[in-house]
Design a binder for this molecule. Sequence first.
Ligand code: DAH
Length: 362
Amino acid sequence: MTRTQIKKHLEELLGREIKDVTEIEAFGIVIEFREEECLIKRGSYETSISYDLGADKFFTAQKGFFKRLEPLMKDIQDKRGFGQLLSSWKSRVAEISERHEKARLEAELNKKLSESFADATLSAPVLSMGYEHYLNKVRDEMLAVFRAMGYTLVEERELEDEYHNFEALNIDADHPAREDQDSFYVGGDKLLRTHTSTSQIRTLEKMIKNGEEPPIAIVCPGVCYRRDAVDATHYPMFRQMEGLVVDKNVCFADLKGTLIEWAKAMFGGDTKIRLRPDYFPFTEPSAELSVSSPDLLGGKWVELLGCGMVHPQVFRNVGLDPDVWKGFAFGTGIERITMMRYGIRDIRLFAENDLRFLKQSL
Ligand code: DAH
């Protein structure tokens, strides 16, 4: 580099005119601020410093400017003058260094962007929506009907003891129904409930314990378990919905009126109901409800539900006086109603989780 070139370069760096190049050569040292690095020369001594140290550290860092100048400084007499010259270059260095840092960050960002290039022309992934299960759909429909009639929803435990599943419901130890319904015992007298009728006892017990008394009207949907062999209409796990109303002046006509309302809401305004005597240990009298509707199996009678007036012994078991309180109860299977509603012929489909089946519930 010629002296004129050095002058020009330094003038650019200093941002002012240098009258005499000896200003920088006065100390016998040539300092050249190149774009990519800074060069220090004196005689045969030559060293370069990278701007990557950053503006702050450029002068002070271990491998920085002053450190490199140290061996040359001892010969300089006018240390003060030299120091002033150096400090006038500081802002220049800061500028170059800043430019470098900016370029570095930009390169880094571009690299990242090029690595994670998002292709806006790709089609969005198809999200598949869930489907409401047939059984939940029908359960909710039934709940809505009973809620409209003023019933409260309760949910009860699936793990029961023999007392609440049988005895309290007047099904004593050697009752044939108990044999029929023998369930999955899980140790001691604990079993998975065989019906939702347990909710009658649990609800009344809770009410008495809280010092409250009827009237009450509840519906309790839930899963029940029985030791049934699996076939198209039997599954060891199934759902029921129980209903219970207790008040002072409840009679069989109330039960019948309720069931007519429910049947019409579920199966259409043309639905007829039929009640025939039946037997359940926890209701007296007991009945079996069948419905007939033009839309349902061509108007054939279909048995749907067991019901009756709450047995006096059930009231006694929970601590209610049967001479004061009357009630009716009913229990129905949700699977059976769902199968009829949608023409489903195999109960096993409900539990198989085959999407081709579940999707059709939309
Ligand atoms: N718990 C009975 C069953 O599982 C159904 C039933 C019958 C419920 C008569 C009732 C009732 O509430 O009154 O077969």
